[in-house]
Design a protein around this ligand. Structure first.
Ligand SMILES: Cc1ncc(COP(=O)(O)O)c(C=O)c1O
Length: 456
């Protein structure tokens, strides 16, 4: 017996066979919990050997007994057992998801989504260019793709504060994609997904609403349950969780997952195969392994990040901390509203003293060192970053190890300075990816690095 997200079944959930892997992996009320789904969906024992972990299938091509007669696989770019298994698992853990499409990186997902918008615009508006509405504080690489690579026109909007009128006014007849990232990177702006979806739905252009859920992971936030059309992840971050794979994926709800030629799933599968930016079977197996412990890791990331953010919020050298889980955060109520049903259940079960200052809300936090942007031009932030012993100075996020970086000179350097400053990415801003080490060790590390920074 194997299980899919809905409970025990006799189907193959390990993806060894296209029919099984394309079976809806999730329903609105799954019988199994988040961790059970992440461990079992896509991972049933191998039918041939009984191996509990599905083998890695390196073959690029698959034997046919007659022309077009095969066991569901033809050529590995179009589909292979490990990618099917990973896609089934991802569809099962992103609540509200039915199908998933995996890519070689998060950036490859971005490229495919912009191409999708371009296709939809060409088809529906007699060859018009696509128009995209994107949150102004989008990930730097997404900004680079939209601005310098794609042919689409882009309107960037502060979706944290945009009114219904402003958002409606930004949507044009050729707007095919609305791009949300929440919380944003690195300033942790919060966008009300439901509000954006409801506003966009009223417009006759009816663009696709995409949420990049990389920062929160499927554990803390479920955009499909708030009406989004597509969720994307850089698998490189929390889902793999061990800083050893670059990958990406998008997940679609049931109403976009049919096999009709015009469904979003069919269009995206076509692009996935045509462009060929697919993950290797080995990478799929690694991500699958990482994703099995996603809930365990995210709980630890969240409790550690809350402790670090609480400590920073009372430290005299800190001007501002951005961690939406803190009760003092101006949009804390909005943060609570966006929590997934499983995260809410877990948080409600925590002892009161653990949630006195706030609630776990992912592992990302950022802070501004007092007076640093103007007076010290980022030298205190730099001293902090070179004085930590456990937080490694490095780009990326979402691994078990704690990382710290300087957005203005690292991840967000591609943004013109004027843009950066408008967004609040100042010289004194530091971004933390809080890992799952022992919390007291992390707090001591932050304390001693701030002590060093204060001497600058
Ligand atoms: C929010 C977000 N989206 C997308 C990406 C791009 O993903 P990748 O690096 O896997 O191409 C990143 C990478 O940092 C990211 O932080």
């Amino acid at each position: 017996m194997t299980i899919d997200a809905n409970g025990p079944s006799n189907g193959f959930s390990n993806g060894h066979g296209t029919a099984a892997a394309k079976t809806p992996a999730h329903s609105a009320a799954p019988a199994f919990g988040f961790s059970t789904r992440s461990i079992h969906v896509g991972s049933s024992p191998d039918a041939a050997t009984g191996a509990v972990i599905p083998p890695i299938s390196l073959s690029t091509t698959y034997a046919q007994t007659a022309i077009g007669v095969h066991k569901g696989f033809e050529y590995s770019r179009s589909g292979n057992p490990n990618r099917d298994a990973l896609e089934a698992q991802l569809a099962a853990i992103e609540a509200g998801g039915t199908s998933a499409v995996a890519y070689a990186s998060g950036s490859a997902v971005t490229g495919s989504l912009v191409m999708l918008a371009e296709h939809l615009a060409r088809e529906q508006n007699n060859g018009a260019r696509a128009h995209i509405v994107a949150v102004n504080d989008v990930y730097g690489g997404t900004w680079r793709y939209m601005t310098h690579v794609s042919q689409a026109d882009v309107t960037r909007l502060d979706l944290e504060t945009a009114t219904e009128e402003a958002l409606t006014a930004a949507i044009q007849p050729n707007t095919k994609l609305v791009w949300i990232e929440t919380p944003t990177n690195p300033t942790m702006r919060l966008i009300d997904i439901r509000f954006v979806v409801d506003t966009v739905r009223k417009h006759p252009s009816r663009p696709v609403v995409l949420v990049d859920n990389t920062f929160m992971s499927p554990y803390y936030q479920s955009p499909l349950l708030q009406g989004a059309d597509i969720v994307m992840h850089s698998l490189t971050k929390y889902i793999n969780g061990h800083s050893d794979v670059v990958g990406g994926a998008l997940i679609l709800p049931e109403h976009h997952s049919s096999s009709t030629p015009s469904s979003l799933l069919t269009r995206l599968r076509y692009l996935q195969n045509a462009v060929g930016a697919v993950p290797s079977p080995f990478d799929c197996a690694l991500v699958q392994r990482g994703a099995k412990t996603l809930a365990l890791r995210m709980k630890a990331h969240g409790t550690n990040a809350l402790a670090v953010a609480s400590f920073l919020s009372t430290h005299p050298l800190i001007e501002r901390v951005s961690y939406p889980g803190l009760r003092t955060h101006p949009l804390h109520t909005r943060a609570l509203k966006s929590l997934s049903p499983h995260a809410q259940r877990w948080i409600h079960s925590l002892p009161e003293e653990q949630v006195a200052q706030g609630v776990p809300y992912g592992g990302m936090a950022s802070f501004v060192v007092r007076g640093d942007s103007e007076e010290h031009r980022g030298r205190r932030a730099e001293k902090f970053l070179t004085s930590t012993k456990l937080f490694t100075l490095a780009e990326s996020l979402g691994g078990v190890e704690s990382l710290a970086e300087h957005p203005a000179r690292m991840t967000h350097m591609t943004l013109p300075e004027e843009e950066r400053l408008k967004l609040g990415i100042s010289a004194g801003l530091v971004r933390l990816s809080v890992g799952v080490e022992d919390v007291d060790d992390l707090l001591e590390d932050v304390r001693q690095a701030l002590e060093a920074a204060a001497k600058v």
